[in-house]
Design a protein around this ligand. Structure first.
Ligand code: ADP
Ligand code: MG
Length: 977
């Protein structure tokens, strides 16, 4: 057995019916060996059923896969229905059904009341027989005229009427309302339709009658209708089985499984077309001689083998062939046969079902056999009853293998331990003696308010019992509840149309909401041009003061060449963590040790003294722990805020960013502030005890004796972008750009010194810290900002500043998403319009959620888990939409980043007079490193925007620390000019 665990069936019972169905006859009860053999051949062991289930699962996977879809026997056709009714469906709609002998038109009004009281009117038009073989135009004109007549009868409603078109032929569907007919079947052969879009053909015919308000929005499959019609009250049905004359099924599959459709988000209803299962021989070991005869006598031998064992059209035939062969073997009717028994379709499935009945079955058997001109004995009747039961039980058990395959597929792809699901079932086999409702004779107008749920036929048919219990054995990890469908009046397809209409309306509103966030290539080219313009202004001596991109000289003029050696101390301030490091640069590589220290918000937003005192205390703590008290190592200070550098070790803070705002720092040289703090520590407070650290700060243990050793030799102040470039440059000499996409975003690159108007000197290059986060602060990006961006900006401590950064970096993306989600809730597009209090909390939606939610192949379950933590009860459709919002926001961020980088690499290429530039970008930042698509999107867009530059991306490992040490090392190697 495939599935260990609970509900493990007893393996010692070889024939499943013995234990399963007390109503079925045990083969052992028959003494006649021929009859016994016949019954055995129709009886499938649990092991065999398990094997058939596995083959069905394989066939389904083959149908879903892009590569094997074309050859698959089980086609697994996408229906583009991505949702089940949620009760908000509202308004008038129409359904037009093209059937074998008639056209049915339906008019349905939904009140948005949870579909409690849908109003439905319908009319049936007989289809003239010559239509089936005529022109396509005549056929569609006729259908359109039916629509026109129907509308006249119901009072000519003039508002827009969305139409669902039920067209039960094999179609290549590429969208809700886009489906080419592959080939006619069921006696239809109209000219000029195959290969054409049938939705368009119907719409054209309707337009000819000037019914422009009637809009065909979707092509529908009737199986989906069964699923939707069963989705009443309580839980929606996500699987439907049709067990009628033929057999088919559909279910809500994870969209990513449906490889023939590009969409990977959410779910889509898949029409399995499982009737063809076995056409490649997958059923050969369960076929009986009777099945072969039924198949040979059919109009399509070799095709639809599964349907021919399961479908109502064939069960009577299987029984008839079994009787014929047993009669030949003298095991029935004392060897007599009649011409009636030998003629096709003489024994009906309806009779088979009636004969199964415990009480009246024997009498039914007698009259049915007598009607064939036979003179059955009591024993004959009993044997025929046994055969009927075996054939129907087998059909039910085989259906169960298909159902179990679907259940296991769903459970596995949703990554659930246990799947609980409702299964809508329709068809005469399942409903036993119930008839199909709906009068198909003549033309009449029906009108009925449908108080749902209607009284339904009881599901307790033998077929249903076996189906349910065998599916339970074959897929013990799933709990399926069979729900009889009441779709006798077309309500199901009407619901599909309603869902399609809701999907279209919602899509339209979502598109409108997200449109401002979707940047065109032209937008991005413009951003690139503006960035280039701002770069030039930032570099110019006179224009620098007004530029939003400051283009700050760093006094770093060389990238590492690999000859650097020595031990260095490094500080990294300006990211999420403050760190102190010791870096040892050796011939064989770089070794580092570091400690992380917390900078509490009270210090980030306190005073200059408190901040730098805290830093000194951390350094002292580190030196103590690392036994470095006796040495005075050269120190590189990564300080990731915009600074006006006057030399490598002289940096005047221009402005705080990323949540820092300590007073008394802007306008000061940060190296000086650091030295003063060290001084204070040595003299100011004398030799007294350390001030107690502020709440939340790391408790520091610094022996007083080490204070006297505290001497700092600050060699260089470095921006983290520069550190990253240098760290990567140590491994790749082509690394001449540094990029950060973490809490904030920024970049640096090697500029020709002669272009740097703000520093004397013409020779060589200098690294420029662009401070591109402030790009747009002068208003040049205003038309790119959305209302969501403005809302995020307004609530920051530096409103109106760092506008480019606020579109791109980790500190803000989650907030942008949160504001979009709130807007969608407001428009009733999400969470059924119900916001949670939590979602209204600033910063509650973290940027790392985007990384998780956007992970490829992530089960929607996990998205729902994240949302549940925010007290949001998300349906799977909500989860899909949230994922789309995240994708939109992170894609825009990556593309804007690419536009900025494109300006940089193109400028470098022009600077150097090259047709092609090959350059490496050293990158750091958790967003870049952890987001599943950011780097790919960035690189792809960059290649598109700067095709003449071959740009390689190298992730830095601990660039800020290593880089600061390397700047110090390079400086020690050859003192900067
Ligand atoms: P910094 O830029 O401050 O040096 P990081 O590079 O670690 O620090 O970036 C921190 C930012 O990364 C935070 O703002 C956070 O929102 C974001 N972040 C953290 N984890 C993830 C993740 N898994 N995916 C995307 N972003 C993340
Ligand atoms: Mg960092």
């Amino acid at each position: 057995l495939l599935h260990a665990g609970k509900a493990r069936p007893c393996l010692s019972v070889p024939k499943v019916w013995c234990s399963l169905s007390p109503l079925s006859c045990r083969p052992a009860l028959t003494r006649c060996p021929q009859v016994q053999r016949a019954l055995l051949s129709l009886t499938l062991s649990l092991e065999k059923l398990q094997a058939v289930k596995c083959r069905m699962l394989e066939a389904m996977e083959k149908g879903l896969s892009q590569e094997t879809h074309a050859q698959a026997t089980v086609h697994m056709l996408p229906t583009f229905i991505c949702s089940t009714p949620d009760g908000t469906e509202k308004g008038d709609l129409m359904v037009v059904e093209l059937c074998q002998s008639h056209v049915r038109t339906l008019f349905v009004t939904l009140l948005g009341d949870g579909n409690q009281s849908p109003q439905l009117m319908y009319k049936i038009f007989e289809l003239p027989a010559d239509m089936l073989q005529g022109t396509g135009e005549a056929l569609f004109d006729f259908v359109a005229q039916c629509v026109q007549k129907f509308l006249e009868e119901i009072g000519n409603p003039q508002h827009r009427l969305p139409v669902g078109f039920v067209f039960p032929f094999s179609c290549r569907q590429t969208g809700l309302g886009k489906a080419e007919l592959i080939s006619w079947s069921k006696g239809f052969q109209c000219s000029d339709v195959e290969g054409k879009d049938v939705v368009q053909l119907l719409q054209a015919a309707i337009n000819k009658l000037e019914l422009y308000h009637v809009e065909v929005i979707a092509l529908l499959n009737d199986t989906v209708g069964t699923m939707m019609a069963s989705s009443w009250g309580g839980k929606p049905c996500e699987i439907a089985l049709v067990m009628g004359t033929g057999t088919n099924s559909c279910f809500m599959a994870e969209a990513r499984l449906v490889e023939v459709v590009e969409e990977n988000n959410g779910r889509m209803c898949v029409n399995s077309e499982w009737g063809c299962f076995g056409d490649d021989g997958a059923l050969s070991d369960v076929l009986t001689p009777y099945d072969h005869r039924v198949d040979q006598a059919s109009s399509n031998p070799g095709e639809r083998r599964f349907e021919k064992m399961v479908g109502g059209l064939y069960l009577g035939e299987i029984v008839r062939h079994a009787m014929l062969m047993l009669a030949t073997e003298q095991a029935l009717f004392v060897g007599a046969s009649t011409s009636a028994l030998g003629s096709k379709d003489a024994f009906k499935t309806q009779q088979v079902l009636e004969i199964m009945d415990n009480e009246t079955g024997m009498a039914k058997a007698r009259s049915a056999l007598e009607a064939l001109g036979l003179q059955p004995s009591e024993r004959d009747c009993c044997r025929v009853q046994q055969i009927c039961r075996a054939v129907v039980s087998r059909a039910a058990a085989l259906s169960a293998t298909g159902l179990a395959a679907i259940l296991s597929l769903m459970c596995r792809s949703r990554e659930l331990e246990r799947l609980v699901v409702n299964v809508g079932v329709d068809g005469e086999l399942y409903r036993a003696h119930a008839r199909y409702g709906g009068d198909t004779q003549g033309s009449w107008l029906g009108r009925m308010p449908l108080g749902m749920p209607q009284a339904r036929p009881s599901p307790s048919s033998r077929f249903g019992e076996i189906l349910q219990s065998v599916a339970g054995l074959l897929a013990p990890e799933c709990a399926a509840t069979l729900v009889p469908s009441a779709d006798t009046n077309g309500l199901g397809v009407a619901m599909v149309t309603a869902v399609a209409q809701r999907m279209l309306t919602q899509r339209h509103e979502v598109e409108q909401l997200l449109a401002p966030l979707r940047l065109s290539r032209a937008d991005l080219e413009r951003v690139q041009g503006l960035m280039r313009q701002e770069m030039e202004r930032g570099l110019g001596r006179d224009s620098n003061a007004d530029a939003s991109v400051r283009m700050l000289p760093t006094y770093v003029c060389n990238t590492p060449d690999g000859t650097e050696r020595g031990d260095f101390l490094a500080l990294d301030l300006g990211g999420t963590n403050f760190r102190v490091l010791v870096v040892r640069v050796l011939q064989e590589g770089i070794h580092m040790a570091s400690e992380i220290y917390v900078v509490p918000t009270s210090i980030m937003q306190g005073t200059s003294e408190a901040l730098f005192d805290h830093i000194i205390e951390c350094i002292m703590d580190f030196q103590t722990k690392q036994n470095l008290m006796e040495q005075v190592l050269p120190l590189g200070f990564t300080f990731s805020f915009p600074c006006q550098q006057l030399g490598l070790d002289k940096a005047v803070l221009l402005t705080w960013t990323k949540g820092f705002s300590a007073s008394g720092c802007v306008g000061q040289d940060v190296v000086q502030l650091l030295r003063e703090a060290a001084q204070r520590k040595q003299v100011g407070k004398g030799w007294g005890p350390l001030p107690s650290p502020p709440a939340g700060a790391t408790k520091l243990h610094v022996p007083i004796s080490c204070l006297q050793h505290l001497a700092l030799k600050v060699v260089a102040v470095v921006n983290d972008t520069v550190g990253t470039m240098m760290a990567c440059g140590y491994n790749d000499p082509r690394c001449e750009i540094g990029l950060i996409v973490g809490t904030g975003t920024n970049a640096c690159y090697m500029e020709e010194r002669k272009n740097v108007g703000t520093v004397e000197g013409e020779e060589g290059r200098m690294c420029i810290n662009m401070e591109w986060g402030a790009f747009g602060d002068n208003g040049c990006l205003d038309d790119i900002f959305t209302t969501f961006d403005r809302m995020v900006d307004e609530k920051t401590i530096n409103a109106g500043k760092q506008r480019f950064e606020k579109l791109i970096s980790g500190m803000y993306l989650g907030e942008i998403v949160r504001h979009i989600l709130l807007a969608m809730v407001d428009k009733q597009l999400l969470f059924r319009g119900k916001p949670s209090l939590k979602l209204q909390t600033k910063d509650i939606f973290q940027t790392k959620f985007l990384s998780t939610i956007e992970t490829d192949g992530l089960a929607l379950q996990h998205v729902q888990d994240i949302l549940r933590d925010l007290e949001l009860d998300a349906s799977f459709e909500d989860s899909v939409l949230v994922r789309e919002v995240c994708q939109t926001v992170s894609l825009r961020a990556a593309q804007l980043c690419a536009a900025g980088l494109a300006a940089v690499v193109e400028k470098m290429r022009e600077n150097r007079g090259l047709a092609q530039l090959a350059v490496t970008v050293g990158v750091d930042g958790t967003l870049y490193k952890m987001h599943p698509h950011f780097s790919h999107n960035l690189q792809q867009m960059l290649q598109d925007l700067a095709p003449n530059c071959a740009v390689t991306f190298l992730q830095s490992e601990d660039g800020s620390g290593k880089g600061a040490a390397l700047v110090a090392a390079v400086a020690c190697r050859e003192p900067s000019p």
